[in-house]
Design a binder for this molecule. Structure first.
Ligand SMILES: [Zn+2]
Length: 204
């Protein structure tokens, strides 16, 4: 698949919107990306995940044996499922749990990832799958869980890398279907506002 074909699928499924948006960060943008919208369609999800998995396999960097795919919940689960289908291995996921009684600055309980219903076996080799990587925090947490169980991470597979190639996981290779760097502006510097437009909230 070419990048143009991938973009077309994102646009046709409503995963990538064009317009004038106020993001959760309060910044403005002319694009809004919600990966879950493309994953609503199983056949398209399967095709996109098969494509990025094939690239990872072809690179020869995953090594010979893969025992399973692991994803951070919730966003990564559907990608993990389809990557596992492409590799013909099992898929498991790590889940958000409350991180003791730690709270953020606003008093909201902090969460961390944990293995709640699946056990990872020592020596197993996993691919970590995720929908979107921005800073890579949740993928790194998943890698740490795999390592803590005495298992290994063969590679990381994501649909979209929003970090402009900046996110790295040490020596673990990462493969993405495409890079998509968001263009954002402070409201006072937004060219769309200057042109007289009013931003809308994506999803509403
Ligand atoms: Zn604006």
């Amino acid at each position: 698949m070419t990048e143009k074909q991938v973009l077309k699928q994102f646009e046709e499924t409503g995963a990538l919107l064009s317009g004038h948006f106020e993001l959760r960060s309060k910044l403005h943008s002319d694009r809004y990306f919600q990966c879950a919208n493309v994953l609503r369609y199983p056949r398209i999800a399967e095709k996109l995940c098969r494509e990025v998995t094939a690239r990872a396999v072809k690179s020869g960097k995953l090594g010979k044996r893969i025992d399973g795919v692991i994803s951070p919940a919730v966003g990564g689960i559907l990608v993990g499922h389809e990557v596992a289908r492409a590799l013909n291995v099992k898929c498991v996921f790590a889940e958000k749990v409350q991180d003791g009684d730690r709270k953020d600055a606003t008093g909201k309980p902090l969460t961390k990832l944990a293995m709640r219903r699946f056990a990872l076996k020592k020596g197993e080799r996993y691919v970590v799958a995720e929908d979107v990587v921005t800073k890579g925090g949740r993928v790194q947490e998943t890698i740490d869980l795999v390592k803590a169980a005495g298992a290994k991470v063969a590679g990381v597979v994501v649909l979209v890398d929003r970090s402009a190639g900046k996110v790295k996981f040490g020596r673990i290779p990462m493969f993405s279907l495409m890079q998509m760097t968001p263009v954002t502006w402070e409201p006072s510097e937004c060219p769309l506002c200057r042109a007289g437009g009013k931003p809308c909230h994506p999803g509403s």
